[in-house]
Design a protein around this ligand. Structure first.
Ligand code: ATP
Length: 332
């Protein structure tokens, strides 16, 4: 790698690597004339709740299988996995700067850009590298600076819808990709429900997932979901959850077999309930949730354990949404 090479840095959890990643790497490299793209699997992503997934080694293996045929352009950089712990992009970029790289382009999807002001040392990142922000299905590119995270827009000297010149001397480019509707969360869910992921991940990646039985362990470890629902209910009651109710939805058309709802007395209490439950389940059953959303705000948190979905609400929000009217049959 020459110091003057144009190098794209593409980080992610890659759990698993999918066609959305590959499409973005190839299209961005072509459009921006990149000499190479570094695919950098994170050890642990800072803004992500721990979910049930594969080990760093398995993610790295899937990445290797997934980029097969594109090794001339895409190179895997394992520095974040080797460092271990929480992976901060600024540390990775510093390593490249130290190595003499000058033309660095950090590539992220629009879903990441909307929270870019929460990235550690984001202003330093924008001093050391240009940023390429791509569209992603469900996350369209911004039309105006109002749609940017405010702390990032404060760095802008000049802006049009395709690029922004920053006071750091760097540029943020916006790039519209051809939509590839794939996400790690959706793929893990499909595997769990034994649905095909053939159109979402390269064939070798799918084979590896099946052979190693990735993403199936929630079902396997939990086993009896009726008992598991009761266990979660008790945990939430013990932690002071208000109006804790469980619903058996097996006879209904619903996205899960069981649902559990509890209220917290404040947003902080609501987040604490969710965190406590996730910890206790990990201790007892050795599983993380398939996904968990809303934990930072603490208004409405949805924790997905596959056949059981747990909602913890700040009580005012619960009354607003009246979800329970959907599930009238109370589990005894
Ligand atoms: P999860 O659902 O587990 O969050 P993910 O595929 O969204 O999975 P990552 O593997 O961490 O998450 O994504 C790495 C990078 O790839 C991010 O910058 C993300 O915005 C981008 N990306 C992921 N999927 C797509 C897609 N379908 N189109 C464009 N960019 C994508």
């Amino acid at each position: 790698m020459k110091n003057t090479s144009r190098v794209g840095l593409f980080g992610g959890t890659f759990d698993p690597f999918h066609f959305g990643h590959l499409n973005s790497m190839l299209a961005v490299a072509e459009h921006f004339g990149l000499d190479e793209v570094k695919a950098i699997p994170a050890a642990l992503s800072p803004l992500r709740v721990q979910t049930q997934g594969s080990t760093p080694e398995q993610r790295q293996r899937m990445l290797t299988l997934g980029i097969s045929g594109h090794e001339d352009l895409i190179h895997i950089d394992t520095q974040e996995i080797e460092r271990g712990g929480t992976s901060y992009t600024i540390d990775t970029i510093k390593a490249y700067v130290k190595g003499g790289s000058k033309n660095l382009f950090l590539v992220i999807g629009m879903d990441q850009f909307v929270q870019f002001d929460q990235w550690k040392d984001f202003a330093k990142i924008l001093k050391a590298a240009d940023l390429i922000v791509t569209s992603r299905p469900g996350s369209e590119l911004p039309y105006s600076l109002d749609e940017w995270p405010p702390a990032v827009s404060a760095l802008v000297d000049d802006f049009d819808s395709q690029q922004a010149l920053l006071s750091t001397g760097r540029t943020i480019y916006f790039y519209q990709l051809k939509d590839v509707i794939a996400s790690g969360t959706e793929i893990r869910k499909k595997i769990r429900f034994e649905q095909s992921v053939q159109t979402l991940v390269p064939g070798e990646v799918e084979r590896y997932i099946r052979e190693n039985k990735l993403y199936e362990s929630i079902q396997r470890n939990i086993g009896d979901f009726e008992k598991f629902t009761k266990f979660c209910e008790n945990i939430l009651v013990e932690k002071g959850g208000v109006n804790v109710k469980s619903y058996d939805l097996r006879a209904k058309q619903a996205p899960s077999e069981f649902t559990l709802i509890a209220s917290g007395t404040s947003t902080r209490h609501t987040s604490a309930l969710a965190e406590h439950l996730i910890r206790e389940v990990k201790k007892e059953y050795n599983v993380w949730p398939e996904s968990s959303e809303g934990q930072q705000e603490g208004r409405w948190i949805v924790i997905d354990y596959g056949a059981l979905i747990v909602h913890t609400f700040y009580d005012f929000v619960r009354q607003e949404y009246r979800l329970e009217e959907l599930w009238t049959r109370r589990q005894k």
